[in-house]
Each structure stands twice: as structure tokens, then as C-alpha cells.
Design a binder for this molecule. Structure first.
Ligand code: ADE
Length: 362
């Protein structure tokens, strides 16, 4: 992945991109970080790139033409259609979902402003995305660009070692990470929680999930309000299960995946609340399948949102209507090839659901 960074301080980018994990990724050719000095594209003899603001006021404004020329050069290097991200405090704050979305691009052009900002007209003409790294004002966009490069690069294959995979991050669940411990077992009189020494994988997972909830409630209650328990139900031929599990795995670390071909499950009462999110994966149906009403007779929602994923040309209307009549709120249906689904299809489906969760739209 290529990052073209348009800046007045190329050394700042060069230095930071030469060390640690990002430095290693650059050396290995997994990513390229190319600073482009906007001053090299100045229109004046004295290499000026800023001027006084029309209408008066404090500070200087970066002129449009040098920025435009620098963007044009960056596009010549990495492609005309490359997204141009302007780092500015006047934007939505960067989230893990946005990071993953940007990581799907082959290249990014990152534009760093200075002084009071950049002439609005060149922003209107070139910028595709506005990104802030937090609700505070920095002296320029370079630190923002470096934060973005670091977070996005973690998703580029080969940047992290196998042990540090960015496949699923706690924040994608709208939950903070649980606490971590290593040796010694007792340090300064503080013992490692006993459950972690039990060797019982299920108990450890439950404890970690509980700790994530406690921590998020205490430190980031705003995240918890966006968090939902993912409940996946699948039916149709057995290969559908892999697609259901892949989708669930991209949405949460602690969701459930249930096989609604099974009569025992169909018979069991299954009530969901408005804090749940139902993902229904419908594969190719066998000839002897009961209809939706029979299959879901014991399933009920309470304003529970649901998404439908359909493979093999399955028809969504019957299932969607049936669930709507049982207290579920239809959010959308996606036809996809489930046998097996491509990693890209699963990623993009999960991303669109997470965006909705993040915006509080569900
Ligand atoms: N430039 C100045 N402040 C910034 C911020 N908070 N995020 C991104 N770029 C910036």
C-alpha cells in the first residue's frame, strides 16, 4: 500500500516512517511512505506557499495552486482515482471502522495543512475524505497523517507478525480490550486473576468478555451504547455455516452462531431484545424445508434490528416479512455468493454493518 504525504515538513514524515513496525514494513516493501514537499510546487520565486486571508484575521492561509500541483503529482505517481484525505480538526474523528475502510484502498494521498488552513477552493476540488484524529488542535496535519498510516498499515498483509494479526480488534466490537497479565504470577503482592490460570478456555473467554464490559462501562459508556450482542442464525445447506461464522467473526468476538435447520432449536424459545442484532444467513434450501413461519415460530424480537444474507438465489421476501411480524426491524438484504464467500465480500458486508452501528443508525 502506498501513502503519498503532501506536507511542508517531509523530514517529520520520513523520520517517523523509518522506525519501529512501520519502518520494518517500509523496508520489507509491504508499504511505501513518500513525502511530497508542497513547497517544491510553489508558484513564487521565494518558494512561498501561504498568503494573508481575504477578509482579514490572524494567521496565514496556504495558497491553492501549490497544493493543487502537489496533489496532481501524487496522483501521477499512484493513480488518478486515489482518495485524497485531508487531516483537519474540522472533521469526523478517525475510528477503527474508518481505518479498515481506508485499508481497502491500494494507495492514499494524505494532505497535511499548516497555518490557519488551506484555501477552501482546492479542498473542494481535490479532497475526498476529511479526517480528524481527535477533538484538539495540532500545529499541523503531519501527526494526524502518521497516526492514520500506522493504524491503516496494521491491516496490510505482512505488516504485523502472525501473532499480532489485526483480523479482529476489540474496538470493532465497540468494546475496550480486557486487562492483560504475564509472569510473575504475583507482583508487588498483586496476583493474576485465578481464572486465567485455570486452563479452562471457555471460562477465560467469559471472564475476558465480562472485563471488557466492565471496563467499557467505566471508561467509555458512549461506546457501550453503540454495542450490540450479535446473534447469527443460519439455515440451508451445511456449507452456509462457514459463511455465517466468517461474517460473525468480522463483527464480534463473542457472538453466537446457531443452526436453524435443527428442529430442536426451532422448538426452543428464543427472545431477542433491542440490544441484540440478528444476522440471518439463508443458504440454498433443501426440498423438505419447512416454510419461514414454521422455522421461526419460537423466535421473537423486541425492536431487534436484523440483516439478511442470501446465497444461491434464495428469496428474501418470505423470511423478511415473517421476521418483521415477530418484532424484528429489517435493515437490509445482501445477495452474496456463500459457497464460499470471498474474504472481500465478508469484509465489506461487515464493514457496512459496523458503520451503521457506529453512527447509531441501528
Ligand atoms: N490538524 C490540526 N489538528 C488536527 C487534528 N486534531 N486532527 C487531524 N489533523 C489536524
Amino acid at each position: 500500500m502506498n501513502f503519498e504525504v503532501l506536507t511542508l515538513f517531509p523530514d517529520m514524515i520520513r523520520q517517523a516512517a523509518g522506525t519501529s513496525v512501520i519502518g520494518r514494513a517500509v523496508k520489507n516493501g509491504r508499504i511505501a511512505v513518500d513525502p511530497i514537499n508542497i513547497r517544491d510546487y510553489s508558484c513564487s520565486r521565494h518558494m512561498r506557499v501561504d498568503d494573508y486571508p481575504y477578509g482579514g484575521g490572524a494567521g496565514m492561509v496556504m495558497e491553492p495552486e501549490p497544493v493543487f500541483r502537489a496533489v496532481t503529482e501524487a496522483k501521477r505517481r499512484v493513480g488518478e482515482d486515489t482518495r485524497v484525505v485531508y487531516l483537519t480538526p474540522q472533521a469526523e474523528v478517525l475510528t477503527q471502522t474508518k481505518v479498515e475502510e481506508l485499508a481497502g484502498e491500494p494507495s492514499l494521498i494524505l494532505l497535511c495543512g499548516h497555518y490557519e488552513g488551506i484555501d477552501e477552493r482546492v479542498l473542494e476540488e481535490t479532497v475526498t475524505d476529511y479526517v480528524s484524529i481527535g477533538d484538539y488542535v495540532l500545529t499541523g496535519g503531519e501527526l494526524g497523517a502518521l497516526v492514520l498510516i500506522d493504524a491503516v498499515s496494521r491491516f496490510v498483509p505482512g505488516v504485523l507478525g502472525n501473532d499480532e494479526s489485526a483480523d479482529f480488534e476489540s474496538l470493532q466490537d465497540n468494546l475496550l480490550e480486557y486487562p492483560h497479565y504475564t509472569r510473575p504470577e504475583i507482583w508487588h503482592g498483586r496476583a493474576v486473576p485465578e481464572v486465567l490460570l485455570s486452563g479452562d478456555h471457555g471460562k477465560v473467554e467469559d471472564w475476558r468478555h465480562g472485563q471488557s464490559l466492565i471496563r467499557t462501562k467505566a471508561r467509555r459508556p458512549d461506546l457501550l451504547r453503540k454495542s450490540r450482542r450479535i446473534r447469527t442464525i443460519w439455515f440451508g445447506d451445511p456449507e452456509t455455516e462457514a459463511a455465517a461464522a466468517a461474517l460473525t467473526g468480522k463483527l464480534t468476538r463473542c457472538g453466537t452462531v446457531e443452526n436453524y435447520n435443527r428442529k430442536t432449536l426451532q422448538k426452543r424459545r428464543n427472545s431477542m431484545s433491542d440490544r441484540d442484532l440478528l444476522i440471518l444467513v439463508e443458504g440454498r434450501s433443501g426440498a423438505d424445508d419447512p416454510d419461514a413461519a414454521a422455522r421461526f415460530r419460537n423466535l421473537s424480537g423486541n425492536g431487534t434490528p436484523f440483516f439478511l444474507f442470501l446465497g444461491g438465489g434464495a428469496d428474501d421476501r418470505c423470511t423478511a416479512d415473517c421476521l418483521q411480524s415477530k418484532g424484528f426491524c429489517f435493515q437490509g438484504a445482501v445477495q452474496m455468493d456463500l459457497y464460499p464467500p470471498s474474504e472481500e465480500a465478508v469484509r465489506s458486508a461487515a464493514l457496512s454493518i459496523r458503520k451503521k452501528l457506529e453512527r447509531g443508525e441501528l
